[in-house]
Ligand binder design. Structure first.
Ligand SMILES: [Zn+2]
Length: 131
């Protein structure tokens, strides 16, 4: 079950990505690597406008350890919860579109969509409970 990241490829990794490994993305799909600047980002935290390194300038510390530490941060846990909300079941795409429409009509920046979907979830309780 666990993939051995240690000794398996100790030979020189192609130097395109400094230390970044694509395999990390399997475990952390929200991970984004900026190969130009050699930084890693968290797409979840960025979408939630968090102020942490992973959301703002990206982390230059491209290590699995750094990622694991980020996962534990309050910012990330918070963003992750919101991410679950943004995954709208098929029937609720309409609701989502209504929200987007509402936002554009009211000049609300689209990056505020997550709190709004959260609100809609609070109001529309039909799909909250899933077991
Ligand atoms: Zn994050």
């Amino acid at each position: 079950m666990s993939s051995n990241i240690n000794n398996t490829t100790s030979q020189q990794i192609k130097h395109v990505n400094r230390n970044f490994r694509q395999s990390w993305k399997d475990e952390y799909p929200w991970l984004e690597y900026d190969s130009l600047n050699s930084r890693i980002f968290c797409t979840l935290c960025r979408a939630c406008n968090k102020k942490n390194n992973f959301a703002k300038d990206g982390s230059k510390n491209i290590k699995l350890y750094t990622i694991k530490e980020h996962v534990k941060t309050k910012d990330h846990i918070d963003s992750h919860k919101k991410e679950e909300i943004i995954i709208v079941p098929p029937g609720h795409v309409i609701s989502l579109m209504k929200i987007v429409y509402f936002m554009t009509q009211n000049d609300i920046p689209l990056n505020k969509i997550k709190p709004l979907t959260q609100l809609s979830r609070a109001i529309d309780i039909t799909y909250v409970d899933n077991g």
